[in-house]
Design a protein around this ligand. Structure first.
Ligand code: ADP
Length: 256
């Protein structure tokens, strides 16, 4: 029997990822200057910012790789500083760099991951089958990763990130190197996971067109949040019809 990742978002609406007042400096030079965010179950939040905005630094703090100079992070109510293992168990991460073994099959790669997490083989196979089917890869379990397209490999990484049943998924520029069709497919897959499994997603990108798929936009520039709200609200506040132009203008303004 398979279990759902989380309850449907219309039955449970709560904050699963919360960051408050995050500061981080490198050698005295601030990279993040008081960044706060919240992501709800079933919600997709796009984190958009140009190079140097602080996106990678923010994700490094959220994944516990570095500790903030100030501020706090909670995953499912678990404080990252006080209970890092509990907080991290609620997170799945897809990094920019692939971590798949190219010469193993999809199934072997995924079982390696579930073994590392101590998930029993029977449960692991059920979860793998369910997640592969959920993103249309049910026929690829035996395929060797090297034989797959870049877009399909990213989907396998997405499946892998979900096998320990996290409630929050962090995608760090996950579409880098993909063609537009594969990028859209990956976005659609993640969107489906939010809708069907109540997964909360933080989607970091520097590509403005990817933001339109999300529920909410967090615009980061020079270490500060320039806009945090629904895409529709951003559009309503925008002066012209061209989304891309408006975002670029916003990045140059002191505030919105
Ligand atoms: P983004 O991911 O949005 O491109 P980063 O978080 O990588 O932004 O960078 C934010 C700022 O912090 C930049 O000014 C960058 O030069 C600086 N920075 C990032 N990582 C380091 C580091 N390891 N050492 C020193 N400065 C860094």
């Amino acid at each position: 029997m398979t279990e759902p990742l989380a309850q449907a978002p219309d039955t449970v609406v709560h904050t699963v990822l919360k960051a408050d007042g995050l500061h981080k400096a490198y050698n005295g030079k601030p990279a993040l200057k008081g960044v706060s965010l919240q992501v709800q179950a079933g919600e997709m939040l796009a984190l958009l910012g140009p190079n140097g905005a602080g996106k990678s630094t923010l994700l490094q703090l959220l994944t516990g790789l570095f500790t903030p100079d100030q501020g706090s992070i909670e995953v499912l109510g678990q404080d990252m500083r006080q209970h890092p293992a509990r907080a991290l168990s609620g997170l799945g991460v897809v990094f920019q760099q692939s971590a798949l073994d190219m010469d193993l099959s999809v199934m072997a790669n995924l079982l390696f991951h579930t073994d590392l997490h101590g998930i029993p083989r029977k449960t692991a196979r059920e979860r793998i089958d369910t997640q592969l089917a959920a993103i249309g890869l049910q026929d690829q379990a035996k395929a060797v990763v090297r034989s797959l397209s870049g877009g399909t490999r990213r989907k396998v990484e997405l499946v892998r990130a979900l096998l320990h049943r996290p409630r929050v998924l962090l995608m760090d520029e996950a579409t880098v190197g993909l063609d537009p069709a594969s990028r859209q497919q990956l976005l659609d897959s993640v969107r489906g996971l939010c809708r069907d499994q109540g997964l909360a997603v933080l989607w970091a990108t520097h590509l403005i067109e990817e933001v339109k798929t999300a529920d909410r936009l967090l615009l980061l520039h020079q270490g500060t949040v320039r806009f945090d709200g629904h895409i529709d609200a951003f559009m309503a506040a925008a002066e012209g019809p061209d989304f891309q132009t408006e975002v670029l203008k916003a990045l140059q303004k002191p505030g919105l």
